[in-house]
Design a protein around this ligand. Structure first.
Ligand SMILES: Cc1cc2nc3c(=O)[nH]c(=O)nc-3n(C[C@H](O)[C@H](O)[C@H](O)COP(=O)(O)OP(=O)(O)OC[C@H]3O[C@@H](n4cnc5c(N)ncnc54)[C@H](O)[C@@H]3O)c2cc1C
Length: 436
C-alpha cells in the first residue's frame, strides 16, 4: 500500500469519532488518511471493549444517524449486535468495510509523534511506522485521538480534568464472560431488589439486552473480607448477542491519569487484578454464575477522560442540563452528566428531563489558535461536565461525522474552516440535526 506525502484530510485516531470523520470526509470527496496507533480500528469501542451504545433517542426519535447507523446496520448483518449491545470484532469489521467503501486510506500500527506548524496552520505530522518515521502533510487535520494528542504535540490549547481539583474520571477495564445462566441471574435480581440500583429495570426480557447492576451486599462482604479491592463499588454487566454472554463494566481504577504511560501501565495491572477478583467472586457466590467463565479482558484499559480541546466554544454542564440549542448545531445528544468519581469524589449521573435533548455547536469542533484543526469525540471543546455527557459513543460518532463534513467542504471550496458556511455543513449532516 502506497502512503502519499500529502492528503486533503488527515484524521488522527481511529475510534468511533475518527472512523465517522474519515468515512464522512471520504464520502464527500476528500482524499483521507486515517492514522491509528494500534493494529486495528475502534479505540474504546474495540480496544476498550466498551458496549453498549448509550442512549441517543428521545420519544422515539433517533438523534444520531448517518455513519453511526451504518456501523450499526453492518454489525446487525453479522449478528454482532443485540439492541444497543455489540461485539468489538463486529465493530471492527463494520468499520473496515465502511472506510474502504468511502475510499479512505488507513495507516495502522502508526503512532503520531510530531506535529509541524507555521503559526496557526498545522502543515504536517510525523508518524512512527515500524521503526522509521514518515512526515505527511494535509490541508485539514482532525484530532480524534481521545487524548488530544495532535493538539498536545502541536502546542495548541487543551484542558484536562476538573476545573477546580484537576481530578480525572475513574478508569475501567472491561471484560466478557460466557455461560452465564441468565434466567437464574434475573430471577435472583428480581427477588432481591434492594441489592441492585433503583434504575435497573427488573421486567427482564431475555430476548433483548439485559442490564444487571448492583450485588451490593455480596460486594461489601467480599471487600470486608479482603477478597475484593475496596475500589470496586458494584458489579454491572449488560448482555451480548451470544447466549449467556455478558460485558462487564465493573472494575474501578482510581487516581491515575490515562494520558501517561506509567499510569496506564499501573491501570492495566490493577484492572486485571480486579477482574480476577470479580470473576472468582461471581463464580463462587453469585447465583447464575456457577458454570460461567472469563472469555477475555479488553486489550486496553478503558479511559473516560484525559485532555480536551480549548475551542471557539466550550460546551458546559448548563448547556447539557438545560437542553440548550444553537444556530450552528451540528449534532444532538440526550445523555446527561456522567462523572465516574475518584477517591474523595462522588460519582454523578444527572439525566435530562425525559424527552429533552441538547445541541452541539460547530464552534466546539474548532480549536483556538489553529486555522486548520478540528476535534471530535472525547477531544471536543467542553468543560469537564460538558465532556462527561458528550463523550459517549453515539455523540462521538456525530461530532466526528460533522468534522468530516466540514473538512471536506473546506477542501472542496478551498476555504479556511471558519469561512465555510455553517448551513452547507448542516446540509451534509441534515440527518443529525433538527431542521428549523
Ligand atoms: C470504561 C468506559 C465505559 C464507557 N461506557 C460507555 C457506554 O456504556 N456507552 C457509550 O456509548 N459510551 C461509553 N463510554 C464512552 C465511549 O466509549 C468513549 O468516550 C468513546 O468511544 C470515545 O471515542 P473517540 O473516538 O473519541 O476516542 P477513542 O475511542 O479513545 O479513540 C481514540 C483513538 O486514537 C488512537 N490514538 C491515540 N493516540 C494516538 C497516537 N499518538 N497516534 C495514533 N493513534 C492514536 C487510539 O488508539 C484510539 O484508537 C465509556 C468509556 C469508558 C472508558
Amino acid at each position: 500500500m502506497e502512503i502519499r506525502s500529502s492528503y486533503d484530510v488527515i484524521v488522527v485516531g481511529a475510534g468511533i469519532a475518527g472512523i465517522s470523520a474519515a468515512v464522512k470526509a471520504g464520502r464527500s470527496g476528500a482524499r483521507v488518511l486515517l492514522v491509528e496507533q494500534y493494529g486495528f480500528v475502534g479505540g474504546m469501542s474495540t480496544a476498550g471493549m466498551v458496549s453498549p451504545f448509550m442512549k441517543h433517542a428521545v420519544q422515539g426519535e433517533v438523534l444520531v444517524r448517518g455513519v453511526f447507523e451504518d456501523i450499526e446496520r453492518e454489525m446487525r448483518a453479522q449478528n454482532g449486535m443485540i439492541d444497543n449491545g455489540f461485539y468489538a470484532h463486529a465493530f471492527r469489521s463494520a468499520s473496515y468495510h465502511l472506510l474502504t467503501e468511502a475510499g479512505c486510506t488507513m495507516l495502522l500500527h502508526a503512532v503520531i509523534a510530531g506535529v509541524h506548524r507555521t503559526d496557526e496552520r498545522v502543515d504536517s505530522i510525523t508518524v512512527f511506522v515500524a521503526g522509521r518515521t514518515l512526515t505527511i502533510s494535509a490541508s485539514v487535520f482532525i484530532d480524534t485521538s481521545g487524548d488530544a494528542q495532535l493538539l498536545f504535540l502541536a502546542g495548541l490549547p487543551w484542558a484536562k480534568g476538573d476545573e477546580a481539583t484537576g481530578k480525572l474520571q475513574a478508569l475501567t477495564l472491561f471484560f466478557r464472560m460466557g455461560n452465564i445462566d441468565l434466567q437464574r441471574v434475573t430471577d435472583y435480581a428480581a427477588a432481591n431488589r434492594k441489592e441492585f440500583f433503583d434504575w435497573m429495570d427488573t421486567s427482564f426480557d431475555l430476548t433483548k439486552i439485559v442490564s444487571v447492576a448492583g450485588y451490593f451486599s455480596i460486594v461489601k462482604k467480599a471487600i470486608a473480607e479482603g477478597r475484593l479491592s475496596p475500589d470496586v463499588q458494584y458489579i454491572f454487566f449488560t448482555t451480548l448477542p451470544g447466549s449467556g454472554e455478558g460485558s462487564f463494566n465493573t472494575s474501578n481504577i482510581l487516581a491515575l491519569d490515562g494520558s501517561t504511560s506509567p499510569d496506564l501501565t499501573r491501570a492495566e495491572l490493577t484492572g486485571r487484578k480486579q477482574v480476577h477478583q470479580v470473576v472468582t467472586l461471581l463464580k463462587n457466590e453469585v447465583p447464575g454464575f456457577e458454570r460461567s467463565y472469563l472469555i477475555e479482558t479488553a486489550p486496553q484499559v478503558g479511559v473516560r477522560e484525559t485532555r480536551r480541546a480549548v475551542g471557539d466554544y466550550a460546551v458546559t454542564g448548563e448547556d447539557i442540563k438545560r437542553g440548550r440549542k444553537f444556530d450552528d448545531s451540528i449534532a444532538r445528544g440526550c445523555y446527561g452528566i456522567d462523572i465516574h468519581g475518584q477517591k474523595d469524589e462522588e460519582s454523578r449521573m444527572e439525566h435530562l428531563p425525559e424527552g429533552d435533548y441538547y445541541e452541539i455547536p460547530l464552534r466546539a469542533l474548532l480549536v483556538k489558535e489553529a486555522v486548520n484543526v478540528l476535534v471530535a469525540g472525547r477531544c471536543i471543546s467542553s468543560t469537564r461536565e460538558g465532556h462527561s455527557a458528550l463523550r459517549i459513543q453515539p455523540t462521538s460518532a456525530a461530532t466526528g461525522e460533522a468534522c468530516g463534513a466540514l473538512a471536506a467542504l473546506a477542501v472542496r471550496k478551498d476555504l479556511p474552516l471558519r469561512s465555510v458556511d455553517v448551513r452547507s455543513v448542516q446540509e451534509l449532516i441534515a440527518h443529525n440535526i433538527t431542521q428549523r
